[in-house]
Design a protein around this ligand. Structure first.
Ligand code: NOJ
Length: 590
């Protein structure tokens, strides 16, 4: 298993050591929500009940890698638009597109130099508007990425800020004197290696950067910064975006007294001493900002959403992200995404925890993303990877959650890291080679078919190479195979829409002590079916004695709706249910 993103290494450490506008019409206004004015009643309607995002499946698109429309080897907005029919047919309700703002691309878009424009590499604002409106025709909402913690050093705000100590924008970023010549103020480390302080000789001070030095942190204690960022959100809301995934939100504030972070044993992939980011992560003021952002979202009709990217270390920190239903609706659940082995007890415990979170918030699960090695090889045992991919799909799509997919997981794309340092694109792969190979492996182009560059691009050379596995694992060939990973995803996504229990049913774990098989019931509140999900996370067939009578289930066997592999009628008798190695069963029970 390759450890790609330093976050992962950091998290392991923490556990080990703590044991511890232009005024376009909004996209999907509900009939009673046609004006942007926000009455108390409208707010209550948006906050509660059956908002669209509770039942949506969100699909993350890394725009460089989804579809190239102009032959430059890099994906773009028109490319995404050209693939909307695919997403509709797959059963997707919303796409989250990672940053496509103007950027010097040091961190491939997470270094923004203009928050209210589109990078020409990806297209124009007109292309963006067309994407939103074409997506709307297919009932697909568009979610943008918002990067509030830091801008690019090329942002005009930072250029002004660094120009002199007395510039009006000086305080928009975090500037401090060093301790002495060549010595930063404290031991704070960048997530991407080495000191988080960068000396700027022009004014003889250091600026703080939680990520690359080309990504200076904005000063969220400055009200002008807040206003400018909230106005940027409004700019996109007015163009019809359904919400934002908010990047690195727990990093917005740092200790004003600049205490040193605690050092813990060992060194990271960059050769730095390990530290706990105690004074630069998760400071309480983060929640004040999230409440303000939520108020901005509620200025607009149609239940706009906020998704937080924050790798919270435990359920109580994760729960805080919901606030009192006045912060984010969907905090990405890294606790579940970070389980790196197929473990029924671990998944059962974590799903139960978030299901019962005291804020009553909606769970938001995912397994892969552009920072995280892909699930096909992360959970695969090398022998049953395709079968395990179906099992993970069922685990994502059948509990009570708003699932977040990552492009290509539905065809079993694998992590393909560069073989040579000179091929690395992601700077952390250059800094940390060979221990840290960067995140290129999970960002390779989408595999559409068996033509040149797998149908991604007509270019001679694509920004990252297509992996050899693309010849077998691609949309076109898997569409023809009823037993492919893609066909499994399509069936599971369709079932989510048609089975009321998968939409509205409660989530109840059953057979709770089983060390190998994760089983749960989506219990329908009305008259229809409840759904039994049985996932064998072991390489050995398992037999289970289900006793579901206390949950109101009267029938003695379950009718298969989706099973991989297929099960005979004897296998699905509840008193001696038999499931093969890594088997997946989704069945109806009354
Ligand atoms: C999290 C993003 O997902 C990652 O790709 C990026 O490098 C950092 N935040 C910094 O913005």
């Amino acid at each position: 298993m390759i450890t790609m993103f330093p976050k992962r290494a950091y998290r392991i450490l923490v556990f080990a050591f703590l044991l511890h506008g232009i005024g376009l019409a909004p996209v999907f206004p509900s009939p009673q929500q046609t004006a942007p004015a926000t009455s108390g009643k409208q707010k209550a309607q948006r906050n509660s009940g059956d908002a669209w995002w509770r039942h949506a499946v969100i699909y993350e698109i890394y725009p460089r890698s989804f579809q190239d429309s102009n032959g430059d080897g890099i994906g773009d907005l028109n490319g995404i638009t050209s693939r909307l029919d695919y997403l509709r047919d797959l059963g997707i309700d919303s796409i989250w597109i990672t940053p496509m703002y103007p950027s010097p691309l040091v961190d491939f878009g997470y270094d923004v130099s203009d928050y209210t424009a589109i990078d020409p590499l990806y297209g124009t604002i007109a292309d963006f508007d067309r994407l939103v409106s074409e997506a709307k025709k297919r009932n697909i909402r568009v979610i943008m990425d918002f990067v509030p913690n830091h801008s690019s050093e090329q942002h005009p705000w930072f250029k002004e800020s660094r120009s002199s100590r007395t510039n009006p924008k000086r305080d928009w970023y975090i500037w401090r004197d060093g301790k002495g010549p060549g010595e930063p103020r404290n031991n704070w480390q960048s997530w991407f290696g080495h000191s988080a302080w960068q000396f700027d000789p022009a004014t003889n001070q250091y600026y703080y950067h939680h990520f690359y030095k080309e990504q200076p942190d904005l000063n969220w204690r400055n009200p002008e910064v807040r206003k400018a960022m909230y106005d940027a959100m409004r700019f996109w809301f007015k163009r019809g975006v359904a919400g934002f995934r908010i990047d690195a939100v727990s990093r917005l504030f740092e200790d004003p007294d600049l205490h040193d972070d605690p050092i813990v044993p060992g060194r990271n992939a960059y050769g730095d001493p390990n530290i706990l980011h105690k004074y630069t992560d998760n400071l309480p003021e983060v929640h004040e900002v999230l409440r303000e952002m939520r108020r901005v979202a509620e200025e607009f009709p149609g239940s706009r959403i906020l998704i937080s990217e924050a790798d919270e270390p435990n359920i109580s920190e994760l729960t805080k992200m919901y606030g009192k239903n006045d912060e984010v609706q969907l905090p990405m659940d890294f606790q579940i995404a970070d389980v790196n082995k197929l473990s029924a007890p671990d998944f059962r415990r974590l799903l139960d925890e978030v299901e019962n979170n005291p804020a009553g918030g909606q769970p938001h699960y995912f397994f892969s993303n552009h920072d995280q090695p892909r699930q096909w090889d992360r959970y695969g045992d090398g022998e049953h990877n395709d079968q395990i991919a179906k099992l993970i799909a069922a685990l994502l799509l059948t509990p009570r959650t708003t699932p977040l997919m990552y492009y290509g997981e539905e065809i079993g794309m694998r992590t393909t890291p560069p073989a040579r340092k000179e091929d690395v694109q992601d700077p952390i792969g250059k800094i940390g080679w060979p221990e840290e190979k960067g995140r290129d492996g999970e960002r390779t182009p989408m595999q559409w078919d068996n033509t040149k560059n797998s149908g991604f691009s007509s270019a001679q050379r694509t920004w990252l190479p297509l992996p050899p596995s693309a010849a077998e694992y691609n949309v076109e060939s898997e569409s023809r195979d009823p037993n492919s990973i893609l066909s499994f995803y399509k069936k599971a996504l369709a079932l989510r829409r048609t089975e009321p229990a998968l939409q509205h049913g409660s989530y109840v774990t059953v057979d709770r002590d089983n060390p190998f098989v994760l089983s749960f019931l989506r219990k329908n509140v009305g008259k229809g079916n409840s759904i039994l999900v049985v996932l064998n996370m072991s390489a050995v067939p398992q037999t289970i004695k289900f006793d579901l009578a206390s949950l109101g289930i009267k029938e003695s066997s379950s009718k298969p709706l989706i099973a991989a592999p297929q099960l005979g009628p004897d296998a699905t008798v509840l008193a001696h249910f038999t499931i093969p190695a890594f088997g997946v069963f989704i069945g109806a029970v009354h």
